[in-house]
Design a protein around this ligand. Structure first.
Ligand code: ZN
Length: 79
């Protein structure tokens, strides 16, 4: 049986977490909130540096990444 669920498909995430964290449309809202909070735009070059600035940044960014990882895991299981 073919079962295509449109809203569970995501062309960005795939197996590359970085894409989900930095480029995914699904997470764009949370990413913008985080960027407003950090007063920085996140990209693959500065994300680690931003995390290392202080523990508050570390927590904000790692919480964001962990949320995405959890959701990705759930989506994979339900596929
Ligand atoms: Zn995605």
């Amino acid at each position: 049986m073919h079962d295509k669920k449109e809203n569970s498909e995501c062309s960005y995430c795939g197996d590359v977490l970085e894409n989900a964290v930095l480029k995914c449309n699904r997470w764009i809202r949370e990413k913008i909130n985080l960027e407003l909070d950090l007063i920085e735009n996140l990209n693959s070059e500065n994300i680690i540096d931003l995390m290392l600035v202080n523990t508050e940044n570390w927590k904000k960014i790692s919480d964001y990444i962990i949320r995405i990882m959890k959701k990705r895991g759930e989506d994979k299981l339900s596929r």
